[in-house]
Design a protein. Sequence first.
Lengths: 264, 268
Amino acid sequence: MQPIWQRRTRGSDLVIWLGYLLGIALFIFCMQMISVNTEWFFVLDAPRVAADLADRMTPPRWEYGQELFRPLWDTLNIATLGTVFAVIIATPIAFLAARNTTPSRRFVRPIALLIIVSSRSINSLIWGLLLVTIIGPGVLAGICAITLRSIGFVAKLIYEAIEEIDESQVEAIEATGGSAAQVISYGIWPQILPAFAGVTVFRWDINIRESTVLGLVGAGGIGLQLQASINIVAWQQVSLILLVILATVVVSEWISARVRHAII
Amino acid sequence: MSGPEFVATRWRPPSLIESRSSRWFIGIAVALYLVVAASSIDVNWTRVAEGIARGGSFFIAFTNPDFTTHSRDIFSGLYESLTMSFAATFIGVLISIPVGLGAARNIAIKPVYYFCRTIITVARSLQEIILAIIFVAMFGFGPFAGLVTLSFATVGFFAKLLAEDIEAMDPVQAEGIKATGASWLQWINYGVQPQVMPRVIGLSLYRLDINFRESAVIGIVGGGGIGATLNTAFDRYEFDTAAAILIIIILIVMVAEYSSGFVRQAVK
């Protein structure tokens, strides 16, 4: 009898099927859990509600647009100033976290990494929620939320760039008798500059996107108008705000793509 | 010959923007913007000063988080978040596979390609929180709206990266399978799938991690999960409970990040 070619042995086939089976079983369990906590009447009614919602959203109330300029300016400021502060704080943290520049691998590096992970794992809306209760609603809370959220992201990408540098350049500066500051500014900094600029612009783009919704928790920007319009069920205003947010996001994405293309 | 000229000019490291005049122009424009932006923000400093004291109590709460008082709410919120993010990842990946295949330029025919790319662009352009608002309005409060939101967002993320991976695969292997006279399904299964599988698993785990983090947010607008518990804790100024929830979120994300690196290594 001629043997038939098979990709895997029977044992590894079995393990893979078991994995699929477990995944599907877990999925069914999760769905059951969700369906218990769901009012199915509302879900079944959704197509009618959606049609009704679409009907109420059109046409957008264009006159309302005049009141959106100021919130839009605030949104832009939250994203930009937040990014600036985040970059200023993240750069030293990145140098402390990178294996080749950290002063102490055992003590300083874990602390820097912990800061990075905590900042990254908490969404900017949660930071916003926190800061609004602490320093009160407004643009300042938004800026701080964006800053705290971006530190981890920026620091992580910069420290990865620092770890990938060409060490021979650093050695060359050290060989001329350069001080630590000179090594950083002539040996390391020029090498990470493109990555640094790229990360900053990339994060700015993400921050524009995030700052448009920060107002939902009271942290300033166009999200405040969104929340207010939803609260008074003014769906025609909501649809206009959503269009404005979409346009802002598209424009910021275009700008960031152009700038990154120019520097990298 | 040209020695003295070199001595006279001081060497500077190369700058990011080459032209000197545009460097100055950009510098001044940035400075001007920062001044205008900073002055347009009105801050209620007395409120901030009051808040700093409260902020201090929050940081103290972090050293002494309260896991016990509302342990029931925390547990059920967490449970809901985890089930929601797993189910959403499952559904999202399942939908993403055909969409991703259709959005790969080297596999799909032109009309299918444009159709699938449109789906991806639409799914990516709306943020999770805005989707959640719309879906909560449609499906009512609770985890179902969150499930739909996360599934939708997963499709945009996963299908795009899957399509990019398929476009970057080695065409020789796929051609080899095709040359044996394989059907379309066999071609995908033996020529394409083995090449992209490690990345599919890695991305699924990464997306599971993202979905869990996002589920903490969509609860704020009524999408169910731990976010609702967190929002309530903040509204009631129960910082010790909020700190406990945040610590749990950070820990779970750390565990997920660590173990996903482990699994990815094993799959490779």
